[in-house]
Write a protein that binds this ligand. Structure first.
Ligand code: SR1
Ligand code: MG
Length: 418
């Protein structure tokens, strides 16, 4: 019986070279394959393999959290969920995820398309690149995958079977439940923050009752509102871009959750990018244009998401929810539109909450992001982080009273000037 063995750059050609589909993609002469390990994420091994015919990416899960080490075991089955999520996303949002060449469940590895000259979106934003298409592309990706993975669209039998399949991604959900929704709000062992500069605001947030109640309400939504198949970790490090193309990668945290979750995570990472820009200014010059671009992109993502979701509601609503026949009464032609507005309003309020909490956990919890971490001067970094923390608190606590991105833009611009 096959057992799991972690790959190395040396063992990979021998281990995968027997696969005829891969030899077809990469090239027949396995002894000429060159392999580079490029994984710098929190969890997995990632290799780039090049042969005479082409290049592929090999992603392999490890039985532990790479960021922490073997003391934190993590099941290999996350690779299974990533594979199944990629298959569904490819069908629901065609052209938006990498093509899969091969999946080996026992070895927890996925061989997929090498995206070139794409770079990680987070990196591009740190470098000050204004990518023209990401707002529309990401809004469409979110609307299509989240609508089409829900009871609004799927046959209820298929949706329930899928819910059962992904329900076993327990350990990855447990990471989010703890690291995102709880740890930032008390002195958890794994937490870290820019100290001593942030100590006063961290103390303030950890004793903020309204904020902690909202964080727990949002955790409740995350764990109980099994509405659709979410990507589960949709931040700017899970997107690869060129000026023309956008691809979403890494859905190993896929789970059935609220439609609002992915959208909130995503927008949070753009707001963090916004506040981190002034930390890059000492090396690159003023970033006013970049800041304006980021706020516009946030608006484009949300507006595109909302209009595509509405379009799908009107044209593809085939599931058990808000069935057309219920609204066919000629005296009430606007019933389905009224229901749509209520659904979108709920997504909006939840989305703001998830965004606020995501901002907090990236500054107070274990898993930070490069936007702030690449700011070498701790005073400067803390100044950026502190503004982001304040916006996060505003979004999470006041989400029921915030009605437009224009209002949030004004708050963000005011904080930026502080
Ligand atoms: C221990 S894993 C930490 C983080 O890395 C992943 O990318 C997820 O965002 C997770 O929360
Ligand atoms: Mg990831």
């Amino acid at each position: 019986k096959q057992v799991f063995e972690a790959l190395s750059a040396e063992s990979l050609p021998h281990r995968l070279g027997g696969n005829s589909a891969l030899r077809e993609k990469i090239g027949g002469d396995v002894s000429h394959w060159t392999v580079k390990e490029i994984g710098d994420g929190n969890l997995n091994l990632v290799f780039i393999v090049t042969g005479s015919k082409g290049t592929a990416v090999v992603k392999q899960a490890l039985p532990y959290v790479r960021l922490v080490g073997e003391s934190w075991p993590l099941p290999l089955k996350r690779s299974f969920f990533e594979y199944h999520a990629l298959v569904r996303q490819a069908a629901r949002a065609p052209g938006m995820v990498p093509e899969i060449f091969f999946f080996d469940e026992t070895q927890a590895l996925i061989v997929m398309e090498y995206l070139t000259p794409h770079v990680i979106l987070r990196r591009a934003l740190i470098d000050g690149r204004e990518l023209p298409n990401i707002g529309c592309d990401l809004g469409l990706f979110a609307a299509r995958t989240l609508f089409r993975g829900s009871d609004l669209s799927m046959a209820t039998r298929d949706k329930k079977a899928d819910l059962a399949l992904f329900a076993d991604n327990v350990e990855l959900c447990d990471i989010t439940e703890n690291l995102v929704f709880s740890d930032p709000y008390f002195e958890a062992d794994l937490n870290r923050h820019t100290a001593p500069q942030l100590d006063p605001i961290v103390m303030e947030l950890r004793s903020d009752r309204d904020l902690k109640v909202e964080a727990q309400r949002l955790k409740h939504l995350f764990s109980a509102k099994a509405e659709t198949l979410c990507h589960g970790d949709l931040h700017t490090g899970s997107v690869m871009v060129t000026d023309a193309e956008t691809r979403v990668i890494d859905p190993e945290f896929a789970f059935y959750g609220p439609i609002s979750f992915d959208v909130g995570m995503l927008l949070a990472n753009f707001w963090m990018s916004y506040f981190s820009q002034s930390g890059q200014e000492s090396t690159t010059g003023a970033r006013d244009g970049m800041r304006a671009y980021l706020l516009e992109t946030i608006e484009t993502i949300w507006e595109t998401f909302r209009s595509e979701f509405a379009q799908l509601w009107r044209t593809e609503r085939m599931g058990i929810l808000y069935q057309a026949r219920v609204f066919e009464d000629r005296n009430d032609p606007l019933g389905a539109e009224q229901a749509l507005n209520i659904v979108i309003d709920d997504i909006w309020r939840e989305m703001l909450g998830f965004a606020g909490i995501e901002i907090h956990r990236r500054i107070l919890g274990l898993a930070h992001n490069a936007d702030f971490e690449t700011i070498a001067d701790p005073d400067r970094r803390a100044a950026c982080e502190s503004k982001a923390l304040k916006l996060g608190r505003h979004l999470a606590v006041n989400r029921h009273r915030i009605h437009s991105l224009r209002d949030i833009r004004a708050t963000a611009e005011r904080l930026q000037k502080e």
